[in-house]
Ligand binder design. Structure first.
Ligand code: DC
Length: 233
């Protein structure tokens, strides 16, 4: 498939952006990687930025009460993305930032409006030619409100927990379904009920409930949408 059409977005008038928002474990990451491969667009995994911030905050003993420290860290976050790896201060921290513990801290820090504002410019800067696939919670509502294609994935907490358990089992790791379901529900609650950029579909987003869909079906539906919107042919 090749690109033949560019649409506008707020940060750059000629860069096409596809936003993928939704709760934890809904398949956004897999879809984002698939679309990145198919389109040759850049990828923004905004959750990884929030996780790197959480990782750095723990390393520097910064908690939610140290607002200046957190904002300073967010503005100068020493994170880099190399293929599928996340580097913090040049060190590969991919496995450390993917833990449930770091995710819980990320979700707490992500509720602080000043922290979100401090990370905004960095996220917008990912919109580079030939285009961007942006994965997160507020990609379509706040970071790229003018994106021509907005997807919002949803699925029940139980099915998302089951998928996570399968993933961990495939990696040879133990998983407690009850604990994972509870973690997911708590994170949903925090991400959806915060005042700053809460998790919700943009008004013009296409909502896909993936509870009974395979990842292949989700990818196919997303590709059809990109085609209908003229981003691929
Ligand atoms: O997508 P993820 O699970 O890696 O995200 C980790 C946490 O970061 C998530 O619980 C909420 C927060 N987050 C956010 O608030 N806004 C984003 N655009 C991405 C993630």
């Amino acid at each position: 498939m090749s690109l033949f059409n560019a649409h506008s977005n707020e940060s750059n008038p000629i860069i096409p952006v596809v936003t993928i928002d939704g709760p934890s474990g809904v398949g956004k990451g897999t879809l984002a990687q698939y679309l990145t491969c198919k389109t040759g667009f850049h990828l923004l995994d905004s959750g990884a930025i929030y996780r790197a911030l959480a990782y750095g905050a723990v390393q520097n003993s910064l908690d939610g009460t140290n607002l200046p420290g957190l904002v300073n860290l967010a503005l100068n976050l020493p994170v880099e993305f190399m293929s599928t790896s996340i580097l913090y201060n040049g060190v590969d921290v991919t496995a450390s930032v993917r833990t449930e513990e770091v995710a819980a801290v990320a979700s707490t820090l992500a509720a602080i409006p000043e922290v979100r504002s401090a990370l905004l410019a960095r996220q917008k800067a990912f919109a580079q030619a030939p285009g961007l696939i942006a994965d997160g919670r507020d990609m379509g509502t706040v970071v790229f409100p003018d994106a021509p294609v907005k997807l919002y994935l949803t699925a029940s907490a139980e099915i998302r927990a089951q998928r996570r358990v399968n993933q961990l089992k495939n990696q040879g790791l133990n998983a407690n379904i009850r604990k994972i379901t509870q973690d997911i529900q708590e994170r949903d609650e925090r991400d959806s009920n915060r005042v700053a950029a809460p998790l919700k579909p943009a008004q013009d987003a296409v909502v896909l409930d993936t509870t009974h869909l395979s990842i292949e079906d989700v990818c196919q539906q997303a590709m059809s949408l990109l085609w209908q919107k003229g981003l691929i042919k």
